[in-house]
Design a binder for this molecule. Sequence first.
Ligand SMILES: CC(C)(COP(=O)(O)OP(=O)(O)OC[C@H]1O[C@@H](n2cnc3c(N)ncnc32)[C@H](O)[C@@H]1OP(=O)(O)O)[C@@H](O)C(=O)NCCC(=O)NCCS
Length: 181
Amino acid sequence: MEYSIKTDRLDLQPLIESDFDFIRTLNARPEYFQYENERAHNDDEIKKQFDGFLEGAKNLPNKGSIQWIVINNDVRIGEVHLWNWWEKTLEWEIGWHFLIEHWGKGFATEAARAVLRYAFANFRINRIMACPNAANIRSIALCERIGMIKEGQVREVRLLNGVYYDEAIFGILKREFTPAL
Ligand SMILES: CC(C)(COP(=O)(O)OP(=O)(O)OC[C@H]1O[C@@H](n2cnc3c(N)ncnc32)[C@H](O)[C@@H]1OP(=O)(O)O)[C@@H](O)C(=O)NCCC(=O)NCCS
């Protein structure tokens, strides 16, 4: 199965070995994990996550995981990924990270929408969820722009530098997703 996705401005290419330097660059940016608990601290940890996605892609289309590198005009600008954590209920999780110099142009919206469209059409999925830190205003705005619905907020489940943060829960069901958007 061919997992590449094309949009007006972007190419989304499934992760390959030669993307490692880009993933390492993304990981090195402070904004990458500003709101996250789990941070890959060194090359070994980054490589472990990287290999996890390469391995997960072998189990597609109906389970596993996939990370797409997002490319604009031949330049890698970010990534969008999906995990199938809950195989029985056909529920997947979506996530994203873009280099800060490419924020504010709608690239993440365009890429994430394309991934939802592709995933609902090609994988057996009933629900896609995201759980951004409630303080991560940009990620929350992105969830809303792509039609995800806020279903709740779990209080003080993240602890970063001694400060507790809530986690927002967003979801979208296959039957409510509008492919034309
Ligand atoms: C989350 C993240 C991907 C969102 O990036 P973003 O630049 O805010 O999102 P988009 O690329 O969709 O751009 C939206 C902005 O572009 C503007 N825009 C311009 N053209 C647009 C278009 N064609 N479509 C949509 N928005 C457009 C929007 O109005 C919005 O403007 P704003 O920044 O003034 O609100 C980014 O902040 C990031 O990588 N953060 C670090 C990693 C992270 O926190 N990941 C999430 C973990 S849960």
